[in-house]
Design a protein around this ligand. Sequence first.
Ligand SMILES: [Zn+2]
Length: 349
Amino acid sequence: MKVLRKINSVPIYEFDGKNEVYSRITLEDFDSEPVYFKSVIKPMLAIGHEGELIVWLKNIGLLQHSQRCNNIIDNVPCQGVMSWVPAKIIDQYQWKCKNCLKKRNIREKSVFQDVRCKFKDIIRLLAGWSKGIDVESLTKLLCIKKQAVNSVFNVAATVADKYIKSHLLRWKLGGPGIVVLIETYPEGFKDYEIQENAQNSTPILCIAEVKEVPTRYWLHLLERFNPNITEQVQQVNTTALQVVQEMVLPGSILVTNFESTICSYEALLSLKHLYPVIITKNGLQRHDHFNQLLNNLETIWATAINVCNEAQYLSHLHVQNFITNFLWRQKFELESFENLLHQMCYNFL
Ligand SMILES: [Zn+2]
C-alpha cells in the first residue's frame, strides 16, 4: 500500500497488491504513527516496560478486571477472590486465588483468549490492522507466525463488523439529490484496470457516493453465480437490491449500467418509489451538468477497484474481513486504532 494523497493531513491509502511501502518499513517507523500509538503505546513497548502494557490493557478493560475462583473443592465452588500476581511466564502475570491458591491465565475470557503471541505483538498487530497493513508485511516486521497475525486480524474484524452492523446509519450513502453510482466488480469495471483472473472471482457490489473527496463507498460481498442460470442471477439480484435499499438513503440519484447482470437499470427501477431519478451511465451524456461526472468515473472508482483487486489475492474466508477493514478505516481514518480498542473494551466488558 502507498499513501495516495493527503487531504486535511489524512492519508488515503491505496491498495496496490504489493505493499511496497510496508514491506520495507522499520519497527521505528511503524511505532511512530498514528500519534495516539506513538504517545500512548510506544513508551510501554520499551524493553523492561512490558509489564506496564499488560497492566494498562487490564485498566482499559481489554483484560478481565476481577475474577472469582472456579475451583471445586469438596464439591463446593471455591468462589475465592482472585488477584494478579507476577509470574515468570510470557504474560508476566496470572490470577491467583487468595483462598485455595489456584492459578489462572489472565487471557481467559478476554478477546485474546485464543491468540498465541506476546501482548506487545498483539497491540502492534491491532495497530497494523488499523493502518491497513497486510498479513505478510506484519509477519516479517514483527518476526512472528502468520497464524498469530491472522488470529488477531480475525478478532479485530469481528469487533469491527459487529460495530458496523449495529451502526449502519454511519455508513449510509447519498440523500436527496446526491448522485450514487452502483456497479458490480468485476463486470462493471471491465474498461478499467482489474485483475486478469477477476472474471472467476466472487462478485462485489460497489456503491459510491459522489459528494466529497475522498469518495465514500459501501462494498458488499455477493454470492458467486452462474450468469446462465436465471434463478442464481435472480437470487443475487434480490440480495443486491436489498443492500442498495439498506445503504443508500431515499431520494438519491442512482446511476448504473443499462445492461449489467446485477443491479441493471431495469432491476433498479423496482426501487423507483425510493429513488425517483435512476439514470444509466450512457444516459449521463444527455445531462449537461453530469458530463463532468462521466469524465471522472475512473478516478471516483479508483480506491474501490483497488480494494476489489487486492481482495482477489485472498482466500474466500478472508475477503469479508478485508472489506470490513476497509470500511472501518474509511470511517475512522487516523483514529481507526483507538476506535478499535474502544470497541474491543466495550464488547468484552
Ligand atoms: Zn480458589
